[in-house]
Design a protein around this ligand. Sequence first.
Ligand SMILES: Nc1ncnc2c1ncn2[C@@H]1O[C@H](COP(=O)(O)OP(=O)(O)OP(=O)(O)O)[C@@H](O)[C@H]1O
Length: 326
Amino acid sequence: MIRTSGLGRRFTTRKATVDAVRELDLEVREGELVALLGPNGAGKSTTLRMLTTLLAPTSGTATVAGHDVTTAQREVRHRIGYLGQGTGAGHSQRGRDELLSQGRAYGMGSRAAKARADELIGSLELDGLADRLVSSLSGGQRRRLDIAMGLIHAPALLFLDEPSTGLDPQSRANLQQHIRALRAAHDTTVVLTTHYLDEADQLAERVVVIDGGRVIADDTPAKLKSEHAGDRITLTFDGEREATLAVRTGLGIASGARVDRRGPVVTVETAGGAALAPKLLRGLDDAGLTVAAVEVARPTLDDVFLALTGRSLRDETTTPEKGTDQ
Ligand SMILES: Nc1ncnc2c1ncn2[C@@H]1O[C@H](COP(=O)(O)OP(=O)(O)OP(=O)(O)O)[C@@H](O)[C@H]1O
């Protein structure tokens, strides 16, 4: 569905030259749901804008839905849907009318456009809402209408640029549920960008991690986590002295695990944390050391990003919160 080879985009301004995307080799198969994950400025939007023909690459090639993004822009555009950052339906219109005019703009007959609009209104649960003025809809509802606009011409491939940015967690979960259902109902390949770790983890089958314009990892969330980050066992002792003694016992763990002590808290990063924790506690008990609290946490995609770059994605992104909606 998508194949890029050495794709790149350089921006040259009077002040600086920025390689927003470098040497991108990406392949997306039919039916996949792929998330491009990275901090602000990583190159996610620039990648999407090149794949949707909105921006010309300065190096490399890209084929989308069987057509070259540089030499066959029209063909590509007819086969894809795109929801950009901050784009959306006109506010003084009713949603349904917006959908119909969008369908006509794609050359659909009025009957076909109406049938497709009805179908999308149903699957995105916009019944009732589609007959209201767009300006009266909440952020999440408007985003769903935007997705319907992007799908009106039944594209095989849908690009969503940060679809849930600015939505509160509940509306975000609701939108994710709709994206999943849409994909199941219409068999659409979906490529989306996000800087929400939970969104990439829960929604995408495959996560392409981008940093500084380059792909630094590309796999299923489960494999990324098992390969790049271990489970984390956090042991809290009554005092720093006990924690130091506990580390000195070696904790009975295999080499390769990372042990870190901060004050009375010892963290152990290792594979198979859930199985190891009871053994570890028994060993400490035998050594006469009492653990005040223990916690075993599965790794997150942030741990993966941290392992790959030494930086946390959480520190780099902010989560703007707006009103809840359904
Ligand atoms: N038109 C432009 N002119 C100059 N630099 C640009 C332009 N567009 C993007 N850039 C730069 O390219 C880099 C990648 O930007 P891009 O918008 O693709 O990142 P992003 O990963 O989508 O970030 P965000 O999550 O903030 O949307 C940034 O350093 C950005 O400042």
